[in-house]
Design a protein around this ligand. Structure first.
Ligand code: FO1
Length: 315
């Protein structure tokens, strides 16, 4: 059995490579829910939906999130009414949020609703939220942003979408994490997996929330030799999103060595792109085994070969 810790787009890409080289029924994806929000009375789980849509072949390749061949009739009508349209919800995507909200309202836990949605979409991979309990990523701004003064704490989607993550951050916290329990099956999967894969998701706001769920970090430390991470930083920069800036703003270094330092306690091997081959020794000096391979997944073939490298990574 293989376990993959995943956030949004980077996680979905590697998972779509993994299911080309491994039996999907052998894969468990543990997905970040720190990005979740309630809007229009609907419970939205962006990273779970990105993983589901990508594995179902439905995702919008341009943005990485939401559904391809989407229509925006509801958003247009909502605009007319003066409703909130800053967080773009397509007509097909809305069906997911309507279904999830209805089932949660009937008392069905998030992991079961997620399994229902994955089954309905014909997905073989077992998709688990990191927790059924609410964990919400909040960020404290380091500078004024519009009418928000420095020091304001904002929910993740306000930072990421409203502010287009174009503002430095002073600190990040995962509200609810201390009271959250791992979703059923998460700790067992980590304990049994031949390999635990850390997808190239944002170490701070995608992988961080998963590690913040009590029990997860210790479970990973116990399996450190089997944990293989793919660096989300290549040649000092993030491939998508604010991972590089967040690392620097929070006192880390935006490089493969910086990622190795952040992960060293619970990750035994870090796969780095060929552009970083010259610092493989510096990664090893952090006590993390370095494996050099093409790690920029610009097409499904590279995603599949990267997944194969992760599965063969020597321990
Ligand atoms: N990201 C944006 O930048 N703008 C949006 O309007 C937006 C809407 C949206 C709707 C559903 C969904 O599942 C994801 C959405 N995202 C949007 C991405 C979202 O912010 C994710 O949290 C990021 O992809 C980070 O994982």
């Amino acid at each position: 059995m293989l376990v993959a810790l995943a956030g949004g787009v980077g996680g979905a890409r590697l998972l779509s490579g993994l299911v080309q080289v491994a039996d999907p029924g052998d894969v468990v994806a543990v997905v970040n829910t720190g990005d979740d929000l309630t809007l229009h009375g609907l419970h939205i789980s962006p990273d779970i939906d990105t993983v589901v849509y990508t594995l179902a072949g439905l995702h919008n390749r341009a943005t990485g999130w939401g559904v391809a061949t989407e229509s925006w009739t509801v958003m247009a009508e909502l605009e007319t009414l003066g409703g909130e349209t800053w967080f773009r919800l397509g007509d097909r995507d809305l069906a997911t949020h309507l279904y999830r909200t209805q089932r949660l309202g009937e008392g069905v836990p998030l992991h079961q609703v997620t399994a229902e949605i994955a089954r309905a979409r014909g997905i073989g991979v077992r998709i688990l939220p990191m927790s059924d309990d609410p964990v919400r990523t909040h960020l404290v701004l380091a500078e004024d942003a519009g009418d928000l003064p420095a020091g304001t704490e904002v929910p993740f989607q306000t930072y990421f979408v409203s502010l287009r993550h174009a503002v430095p951050v002073r600190s990040v916290r995962f509200d609810g994490a201390t009271r959250a329990r791992p979703a059923p099956g998460v700790l067992e999967a980590i304990g049994e997996a031949e390999t635990v894969i850390v997808c190239p998701s944002n170490p701070v706001v995608s992988v961080g929330p998963i590690l913040a769920v009590p029990g997860v970090r210790d479970a990973l430390i116990a399996r450190r030799e089997q944990v293989v991470a793919v660096s989300p930083i290549v040649a000092g920069a993030a491939l998508k999103g604010p991972a590089d800036r967040l690392l620097e703003e929070l006192g880390h270094t935006s490089s493969v060595v910086g990622v190795a330092r952040v992960y060293a306690e619970w990750v035994g091997t870090l796969v780095i792109d060929e552009q970083d081959a010259d610092v493989a020794d510096a990664v090893e000096a952090e006590g993390v085994h370095a494996v050099v391979a093409p790690a920029v997944m610009t097409n499904p073939e590279i995603a599949a070969s990267l997944a194969a490298v992760v599965l063969d990574a020597p321990r």
